[in-house]
Ligand binder design. Sequence first.
Ligand code: FCB
Length: 490
Amino acid sequence: MFGKFSRRHFAKLAGFSALAMAATPAKSADNNAQPAADPHAPARFPEGFVWGTATSAYQIEGAVHEDGRGPSIWDIFAHTPGKIADQSNADRANDHYHRYKEDVGLIKALGARAYRFSIAWPRVFPDGSGKPNPKGLDFYDRLVDELLKNGIEPFATLYHWDLPQPLQDQIGGWQSSETSKAFGDYAGYVAERLTDRVNNIFTLNEPGRFVNFGYGWGIDAPGLKLPTAELNQVRHHVALGHGLAVQAIRARGRAGVKVGPAENIAACLPAIDTPENIRAAEIATRELNAGFLGVILEGKYTEGFLEYAGKDAPKFTAEELKIISSPIDFVGLNIYAPQFYVVAKDTKPGFNVLPFPKSFPHMESEWLRIGPETAYWVPRIVANIWKTDAIYISENGTSSEDKISADGNVYDLDRVMYLRNYLTQLQRATAEGVPVRGYFLWSLMDNFEWIFGFEQRFGLYHVDFETQVRIPKLSVSFYRDVIARNAIGA
Ligand code: FCB
């Protein structure tokens, strides 16, 4: 049967002949005619695009009792029976505290030129505030030096969920605005010590997640289930902490250091790309992110947010809104899955969210629905509604089964598929002028994935948590090639 199917037929079917015609410069009497663009040319990212990878302190460092580190809410939570799927904790994790040089070597082998890591607040202020631990920042000093020695730009995150436990015990953590102030002081102290070498700082990682999961639904540390009014107040204190940190970094850090948040933005996409639905996705993005990104970028809570919250709305002052909306240099967006597919609606709020069918595809993690166009729409919409001129994709990546094959390799073809598709969409955004400056792939290596323990692997490098051996997965080769060519596709 295939014998009858000539190459010419095949080429025609696949649309190759049309492409070939487009690739051939048209013969023209007019010598000024432009040759048609090569349809097979790789899709390039802008010059100077920052390619990086990311991790966080609690997920990789281990050494939880070393050099004066105090306990964080995640130490206590992970040691509470029944909280972590595999009953593990991150006491040792990747032992990165002792193996950081080897791990910087892994980043270098990737060819990545930026690394987003987080600083453990309880290493620096074991009690959360008051006297800093003299040895607290030494580890990050060494890490930063090692990165710079290897030509890798450090991007530090100040808070990736590991709140010092004493702040939780004594004042209810983010339930009190004293925690916002303590966070500002900690940020200023770090800025004094590190901004001679660190040019970029993310304040808080994923408030949208740690507020809801940690204080509202009891899923993450500290495991509270607060009523809505108190939860909204927590959210407000977190936004205030961000603003105070921005101000402290400006006051106490080197002039010119760049600051911004890293949020797992509620990703709202048009279900079908019509102008009406795109507008609806913009309205939804603004309303569903009003409690953090919105108030930071607009200096006010939207009417829709306050109306919806009603008597549960947070209490705030005009002075606090001013602090929260202190000018920032970039917006960090953690992008994994499409969260809301919306269509236009004539009446308030102007959008309708469609339900997901059970059959909607997802990656190894059930929550990680596959929607590559998230990497296109979210930065485009953010840049449009908030006139943002610098965006980083501060996290993107996926879990995979990641079994070691008989030949010793990990063929994570599903991760390569996921990355290829998301990066193709991200490139589409940059080609249209959306100001995405860089991309941090989550994660450098497998690590402690919060409530899933070590059961979900997100790394480019596979980690054996017994032997601490790291091996590159197939996706290392994929990502290295993207970075080297600053392009996707061949
Ligand atoms: C994000 C977190 C990160 C990691 C990835 C998979 O929500 O910021 O620490 O858990 O998800």
